[in-house]
Design a protein around this ligand. Structure first.
Ligand code: 26Q
Length: 826
């Protein structure tokens, strides 16, 4: 394996590995090797792997410093990394050596990998996308760093009460020390909040007073696959600038002094568990500013070390804004350039608008970030002045192009009128950036024609483009489905590094769809992955899942637009249908096991009620002797990256059933298809592009299309039709739920009323077509050979969705950066 020759920093033969692990047990962990448990073995193995990463990381960073290329920075409030050890071993090409070394020490590599806690610093798709992009940035050898926050608590741990209610518990993921981070206690910046701002001239100002807190850097090494390149993810922790406020301390006010230090720590204490809503919380705004200010200070310090003038910043720095969360970086860079570097407005604005790039991840109106003007004024008084100045110049320019169009000015303003006034972060991000992109073709079209339509008319359409999301095939195939990865390698007769780095090579599998022996192996692997999942459910929940059934999976954040409700109502419909059949008729049914997993935002009442319904339907139908051979249902608690790695390879069919036009892209749809699971979905987000690649005959589409949605909603409001007329099948299902078939009667009324009343997400319009699609899935699954062919064809055509393709698109079309390989030397 020649490609590995240059990867390794330290000796990598099996005896050296065992020696290094034992050495870490005795020194770093200060323990004895003879009474070590799995957790200790995990920690020692992780520290030993870390030694390799450190060597590569150092060489990579030194190489960047020497060559001084343009660099890109990915600013994201979320990095949903999952576990690291297995990924690091595979990326370094050391899995087999460590397997042997660990075995020699009396442990199993699978058992110790399972001891690692997930780094769950994200809510869902947006955070996992950031993690995939870091993997791809290193693997394609791009000089790309991530910047985020080192939350003390990641996404909450989800518990399900006996009644079926979601309960939240904290996720203290750092409790047993984290071997993957390097504290950089010397890399610190001061960040100011509150105080007062004064204008010194038209464009300059000064900001003083208030509270200062310290940002401390922690670095996480990001190894590339099959390369020495190892990039950096820098996460900031907040600390009080002084442990004690000496003035309060001396005044005898010990409690207040300690409280001030507590408030600094609070900034990075917890990841906000909401996706898509909840703005206006002061602490969230402080998180956003703390992180953007520290990251920019760090980026500018690094740039200045080259001794170049600031006007050259856009030639050396590109900053990608992951949604609007880091938008304060725009006024913050203006503040630095105007107030600290003494540039004039035009110079500063020209630098800013050539450095930033903005990715939008949603068009749902309620999810567009807005901050109350009085809150920004209180926390960041100088930034509010700058935002008003940006707005003034901007609206003057709009007025010149569209004289007298007051409605247009009101629509485009950075400030939304109202009580209180609010700053529209998407508008600020758009006008402050060089490029704006959506995350799938349909979504980018919707960005251009709905939320940013006026901006396209004003600035021209070339600034508004698309980069379809991607996923890393290392974690989402090689790591989570090693048997399938091996079969692909064997079949393509390629080194696995070759196809994992050029995923379009998968289409070489197409010619094997007609090979019965190959199909048999393909299907057998799916079967073993189903057994692995069943085993997980048995050991964690004590439930027995039958593995001779079709596995049907929907795993994602709970949200009305994602329509888990449509799925559970479909399950109830299937149950009622089976109940109405004779035992003879039932025998013709295609047995199904339906899995759900996902978290609801803690304050999202309807989403939590949906979980409760799923859990209680599961309780009833799994216990029903009439149906339990044909239908089983599970809600798996505490969905995570690690759980996804078990669920995805086991799926026959997965559901991506958002109301058309609402799911920006989706990325788990790509993961399922890459692993040979078929897709049941609406014509939405990346589902459309998946169908374009794999062929419409290999996906199951249903439901109304995006252009119909607006009109259907209008019909609901102004020409409502009673449910029993419009959709009798759905009506019957709701009646059974109302009547208390699964729980106390009336419990679910608020959920059912969202459907009976305005049905914003169009369940009543799509239900019949959904049930028809489920029937087509059953029919297709009955022909196992044909199903396996579809499965192979699907995997074979997923090359487009590698995050390597996506990150290279950002690098070439937006950032103008190039790969900087670390040349292998022995
Ligand atoms: C904002 C302000 C205050 C509190 C929370 C938030 C917040 C946090 C997270 C808003 C949104 C998010 C996450 C959004 C998200 O995950 N979007 C998903 O992004 C994926 C990657 O592009 C897409 O595939 C999904 O379609 C999209 O829903």
């Amino acid at each position: 394996e020649v490609w590995q020759a240059g990867l390794r920093g330290v000796d990598q033969d099996v005896p050296s590995i065992t020696k290094s692990i034992v050495n870490h047990v005795q020194t770093s962990l200060a323990r004895q090797a003879y009474n070590l448990d799995d957790l200790g073995a995990y920690q020692a193995a992780a520290l030993s792997v870390r030694d390799n990463l450190l060597v590569n990381w150092n060489e990579t960073q030194l190489n960047y410093t020497r060559k001084n290329p343009k660099r890109a920075y990915y600013l994201s409030l979320e990095f949903l990394m999952g576990r690291t050890l297995d990924n690091a071993l595979l990326n370094l090409g050391l899995k087999e050596q460590y397997r042997d070394g660990i075995k020699k020490l009396g442990f199993s590599v699978e058992d110790i990998l399972d001891k690692e806690r997930d780094a769950a610093l994200g809510n869902g798709g947006l955070g996992r996308l950031a993690a995939c992009y870091l993997d791809s940035g290193s693997s394609t050898e791009l000089p790309l760093w991530g910047y985020g926050l080192r939350y003390k608590y990641g996404i909450f741990q989800q518990l399900i009460s006996p009644e079926g209610n979601q309960l939240e518990a904290p996720d203290p993921w750092l409790d047993n020390q984290n071997p993957w981070e390097l504290p950089r206690l010397d890399v610190t910046y001061e960040v100011r909040f509150y105080g007062h701002a004064e204008r010194l001239s038209d464009s300059r100002g000064v900001w003083q007073g208030g509270q200062e807190v310290l940002a401390v850097a922690y670095d996480v090494m990001i190894p590339g696959y099959g390369t020495k390149n190892t990039n950096n993810l820098r996460l900031w922790e907040s600390k009080p600038k002084r442990g004690f406020d000496l003035n309060s301390f001396n005044a005898g006010n010990y409690e207040a002094a300690v409280a001030s230090s507590n408030s600094a720590d609070a900034i990075t204490s917890v990841l906000y568990p909401n996706d898509h809503t909840s703005f206006g919380k002061e602490l969230r705004l402080k998180q956003q500013y703390f992180w953007t200010a520290a990251s920019l200070a760090d980026i500018i310090r690094r740039f200045k070390q080259q001794g170049k003038p600031l006007k050259e910043l856009p030639d050396f720095v590109a900053i990608q804004l992951n949604d609007t969360h880091p938008t304060l970086a725009i006024p913050e860079l203006m503040r630095i350039l105007l107030d600290e570097e003494d540039l004039n407005w035009e110079q500063a604005w020209s630098i800013v608008t050539n450095v930033f790039f903005y990715t939008n991840h949603t068009v749902l109106p309620e999810a567009l970030e807005k901050w109350p003007v009085p809150l920004i004024e209180h926390v960041l008084p100088r930034h509010l002045q700058i935002i008003y100045d940006i707005n003034l110049f901007f609206l003057q320019a709009v007025e010149r192009k569209f004289p007298g169009d007051r409605d247009r000015l009101a629509r485009m303003s950075l400030i939304e009128e109202g009580q209180p006034k609010q700053v529209r972060m998407a508008h600020l991000a758009a006008i402050g950036s060089r490029k704006v992109n959506g995350v799938a073709e349909l979504h980018s079209d919707l960005v251009r024609t709905t939320i940013l339509k006026d901006f396209v008319e004003f600035e021209g359409s070339s600034k508004y483009s698309n980069v379809t999301n991607g996923i890393t095939p290392r974690r989402w195939l090689d790591q989570c489905n090693p048997e399938l990865s091996d079969l692909i390698t064997k079949t393509l007769k390629l080194d696995k590094v070759v196809w994992l780095k050029d995923l379009t090579k998968l289409d070489g599998l197409l010619e094997f769809t007609e090979d019965a022996a190959f199909r048999k192996e393909w299907a057998a692997i799916k079967q073993r992955n189903k057994e692995r999942l069943a085993n997980y459910v048995q050991t964690t929940l004590g439930l027995t899942v039958r593995t001779d059934a079709m596995f049907d999976v929907q795993i994602k954040r709970l949200h009305e637009y994602k329509r888990q409700t449509l799925n559970i109502l479909g399950v109830i419909h299937r149950y009622l249908t089976l109940k109405g059949q004779s035992p003879e008729e039932r025998k013709k049914a295609n047995p199904r096991v339906v899995f759900f997993a996902g978290k609801a935002a803690p304050a999202y009442y309807i989403a939590k009620l949906t979980i409760r319904l799923i859990v209680n339907v599961a309780r009833v139908i799994n216990a029903d002797p009439d149906t339990k051979d044909y239908l089983q249902l599970y809600f798996l608690p505490d969905y995570s990256v690690s759980l996804a790695e078990v669920l995805i390879p086991a799926s026959d069919i997965s559901q991506h059933i958002s109301t058309a036009g609402t799911e920006a892209s989706g990325t788990s749809n790509m993961k399922f298809c890459l692993n040979g699971g078929l897709l049941l979905g609406t014509v939405d987000g990346a589902n459309i592009e998946i169908a374009e690649e794999v062929g419409e005959s290999n996906v199951f589409f249903f439901g109304h299309l995006t252009p119909a949605v607006e009109d259907l909603r209008y019909q609901h409001l102004y020409h409502p039709v009673p449910l029993e007329e419009k959709c009798p099948t759905l009506h019957r299902v709701l009646e059974q739920v109302s009547a208390g078939l699964f729980d106390d009667a009336d419990i679910y009324e608020p959920l059912l009323n969202t459907i009976r009343q305005n049905d914003y997400y169009l369940l009543t319009d799509d239900f019949d077509s959904y049930i028809a699609a489920l029937a087509m899935v059953d029919e297709a699954y009955a022909d196992k050979e044909e199903w396996t062919k579809k499965s192979i064809r699907t995997t074979a055509k997923m090359g487009k969705f590698s995050s390597d393709r996506a990150i290279l698109d950002y690098a070439e079309s937006f950032w103008n950066i190039e790969p900087i390989p670390v040349t292998a030397k022995k």
